[in-house]
Design a protein around this ligand. Sequence first.
Ligand SMILES: *[C@@H]1O[C@H](CO)[C@@H](O)[C@H](O)[C@H]1NC(C)=O
Ligand SMILES: *[C@@H]1O[C@H](CO)[C@@H](O)[C@H](O)[C@H]1NC(C)=O
Ligand SMILES: *[C@@H]1O[C@H](CO)[C@@H](O)[C@H](O)[C@H]1NC(C)=O
Ligand SMILES: *[C@@H]1O[C@H](CO)[C@@H](O)[C@H](O)[C@H]1NC(C)=O
Ligand SMILES: *[C@@H]1O[C@H](CO)[C@@H](O)[C@H](O)[C@H]1NC(C)=O
Ligand SMILES: *[C@@H]1O[C@H](CO)[C@@H](O)[C@H](O)[C@H]1NC(C)=O
Length: 420
Amino acid sequence: SPRVRVRVSPRVCASARVLTSASPSVTCTSLTLPLFLCPPTLLLCLLISVQSQNLVTDNVSVVEGDVATISCRVKNNDDSVIQLLNPNRQTIYFKDLRPLKDSRFQLVNFSDNELRVSLSNVSLSDEGRYVCQLYTDPPQEAYADITVLVPPDNPIMKSREDIVSEGNETEITCIATGSKPASTIRWMKGDKELQGKSEVQHTYDRMFTVISRLMLTVTREDDGIPVVCIVDHPAVKDLQAQKFLEVQYKPEVKIVVEFPEGLTREGENLELTCQAKGKPQPQQINWVKVDDDVPSHAVITGTDLLIENLNKSYNGTYRCVASNSVGESYDDYILYVYDSRAGEGTSPSVDHAVIGGVVAVVVFAMLCLLIVLGRYFARHKGTYFTHEAKGADDAADADTAIINAEGGHNNSDEKKEYYI
Ligand SMILES: *[C@@H]1O[C@H](CO)[C@@H](O)[C@H](O)[C@H]1NC(C)=O
Ligand SMILES: *[C@@H]1O[C@H](CO)[C@@H](O)[C@H](O)[C@H]1NC(C)=O
Ligand SMILES: *[C@@H]1O[C@H](CO)[C@@H](O)[C@H](O)[C@H]1NC(C)=O
Ligand SMILES: *[C@@H]1O[C@H](CO)[C@@H](O)[C@H](O)[C@H]1NC(C)=O
Ligand SMILES: *[C@@H]1O[C@H](CO)[C@@H](O)[C@H](O)[C@H]1NC(C)=O
Ligand SMILES: *[C@@H]1O[C@H](CO)[C@@H](O)[C@H](O)[C@H]1NC(C)=O
């Protein structure tokens, strides 16, 4: 918004002072009036401020090399002339005429209400306060500050060590040079934000270089995780650099029993394998027996330990030790040699139990079936009449039986027959 100078002198009345302090946009010119003229002074103040609302412009931020547009706008223009001045107060445009020789300035729009001018290929030297001027009485001015933004160069990331040992602290730096204003630098490890320490250095010509340092204590899980340095600046987007952490760590050791699957019995063989993983990969893997010697006939081939013909005297703790440049780790296997027949018969007894169970179930099922059948036939037991004739019983053959039976129908003797 426009500005009007305020000069409050001892001779300006008290009420004018109240007015100026309560609403800073309404101010008085340097009228040095006697006290009795106070009320008219107040009126004049208000009048000037209302009139001064007319001319407006905006500040401009522009990236070096881009185009800046300055717009001087007038409300309720009464044919007053507008002109645009550069920071040295040379006229760039007077209405739609350009007295200045710099052809980077071009007229974009000219009307009663606006003078819009573009400035291409902006450089740092174009920065400053441009003036829109309206030829009223008194003349009005509005100021457009042009700020030139210079993006930083691509950030450069450096780490103190290429490879860090787990548990050790390392330092990573990120440098964003030659920007205006200064950039801000953020850090990410994977998808987690980390806090670095930034230092801003001024360089030539109002430019800035920012160095951020990140101190990081690494774990083996950090191996292969990207660390990203993100540079935030109003003139650029998505400016970042990235580096993958390389962490070396002690071996992780694990003993696996290859043979036997069950108990370790006297006379049998034992085969163990040692699995070791580390960074760098351990070159040396050793088998030892704690507080004792490994049996003399044990065979060690690479990561494998083979003991044939187990003997109770081999009982003890067998240890696989793996080491790399970071350190040493081990895993233990406790050997306990059982009698050669130990555990025998335990599995057959399980089989017997299963067979016994099956037999019991079958017997039970058959019993149930019998009961059901019995109940069924009991319900169908009854008395039946047969038409077998009396006299057929004593017949010598079938024919005689039929003859004997002739007329014997009146015989009312009955016979009972049962289904069982
Ligand atoms: C323009 O920028 C200046 C500082 O450079 C500031 O004092 C002024 O208030 C700004 N004007 C507007 C309209 O934002
Ligand atoms: C100039 O501005 C006026 C009012 O803002 C608008 O109507 C007109 O189209 C503009 N002319 C150009 C060339 O941009
Ligand atoms: C932009 O300005 C620079 C100097 O500030 C000059 O070297 C360059 O040639 C200009 N580019 C164009 C396209 O005018
Ligand atoms: C076990 O070793 C002892 C000597 O250490 C030996 O006397 C014994 O015969 C061995 N037993 C078997 C079953 O080999
Ligand atoms: C980093 O780890 C190594 C082991 O690889 C150790 O020798 C060294 O002292 C550690 N450095 C620091 C600064 O802790
Ligand atoms: C080895 O373990 C067996 C158990 O099967 C035990 O009977 C024997 O005494 C142990 N021998 C030694 C030397 O500890």
